[in-house]
Design a protein around this ligand. Structure first.
Ligand SMILES: Nc1ncnc2c1ncn2[C@@H]1O[C@H](COP(=O)(O)OP(=O)(O)OP(=O)(O)O)[C@@H](O)[C@H]1O
Length: 288
């Protein structure tokens, strides 16, 4: 199974938001990392066939998705960023409604809905109206509905927004157990989310793929470039003008800064192992 994005370019008016993006997805979990406005949602909408690109095409198993629209929809699950719920539906009724839209009916649909509601931890509130759900509960319902047809391709746009740490752990377990032999694409701003879950990361910057690979591979880029050093508090602002600083820790003797620099920044700087958050800052420096 493979999903290929071939030379996708998308413009809104005369602004290019995706610029000749190509990628080949095979089964696995892919994390799309990008700053606000990098083009993640636009890319997802095009992959889902909800929006047309100006140039390029998407192929599922070597055939344009536009030429197999009905079949493609049947193997696709999508959680959009601005997912709309019907507040007067109960969680279970909503799931049954989505199931029927996907062509699932009767006992099979009910069993699938109930199983998924258990998996996302909404079993005990399944008969409550959605208007009474918390943000995290609504988000979990959104994740459940995206999985209703046991999709081959699951696309989740910012799935962990509104989830508390415990819910995030559950989410990761759910996706990991679901993902074997499937293509899962997810976007998030929460770098640690991707660090735990994704097999491969795609860094999208200003509509172009800046880099891709496993975390280990990507971190090689900033190996020996992350430092910790103790500096006087009054120097912090000046240093932050010059270096990308990923953390400040205030102490009695001054401030320990974690910063990214190809050269050793100060005589007392100690090299530390890079983590994905350092890499994110390296790619998306403030203001970029
Ligand atoms: N319908 C639209 N018309 C015009 N510009 C748009 C439209 N939708 C998105 N944009 C612009 O396109 C760019 C990419 O937006 P997109 O939502 O794809 O990015 P994103 O990476 O998903 O951002 P975020 O993480 O903030 O959701 C942004 O600059 C956005 O303002």
């Amino acid at each position: 199974m493979e999903l290929t994005i071939n030379n996708i370019t998308k413009q809104y008016g005369n602004v290019t938001v995706l610029d000749d993006v190509s990628y080949r997805f095979t089964p696995g979990i892919y994390g799309i990392l990008g700053a606000n406005g990098a083009g993640k949602t636009t890319l997802f909408r095009i992959i889902c066939g909800l929006m047309r690109a100006n140039c390029g095409n998407i192929q599922y198993d070597h055939k344009d998705i536009a030429l197999q629209a009905e079949y493609y929809r049947s193997i696709l699950g999508f959680l959009p960023q601005d997912f709309r719920y019907y507040p007067d539906f109960t969680g279970l009724n909503f799931m049954m409604y989505i199931a029927s839209l996907k062509g699932l009916n009767g006992k099979i649909a009910k069993k699938r809905c109930l199983d998924l509601l258990i998996q996302v931890g909404l079993d005990d509130v399944k008969n409550k109206k959605i208007r009474k759900y918390s943000g995290g509960m609504k988000q979990r319902l959104g994740i459940a509905q995206a999985m209703i047809n046991n999709p081959e391709i699951l696309i989740l746009d910012e799935p962990t927004v509104g989830l508390d740490p415990k819910e995030r752990v559950k989410f990761r377990k759910l996706i990991s157990s679901f993902a074997s032999e499937k293509i899962v694409l997810l976007s998030t701003h929460i770098v640690s989310e991707i660090e735990y879950i994704a097999d491969e990361i795609i860094i999208l910057k200003k509509g172009r793929i800046e880099n891709t690979g496993t975390i280990r591979y990507l971190l090689k880029d900033i190996n020996k470039c992350v430092w910790e050093c103790l500096v006087p508090e009054k120097e912090v602002n000046r240093i932050e003008q010059v270096y990308t600083v990923s953390n400040r820790k205030y102490g009695e003797d001054g401030v320990v800064l974690r910063l990214i620099s190809r050269e050793k920044p100060f005589a007392n700087a100690k090299q530390v192992d890079p983590v994905l958050e350092d890499l994110y800052l390296f790619y998306f420096r403030e203001g970029e």
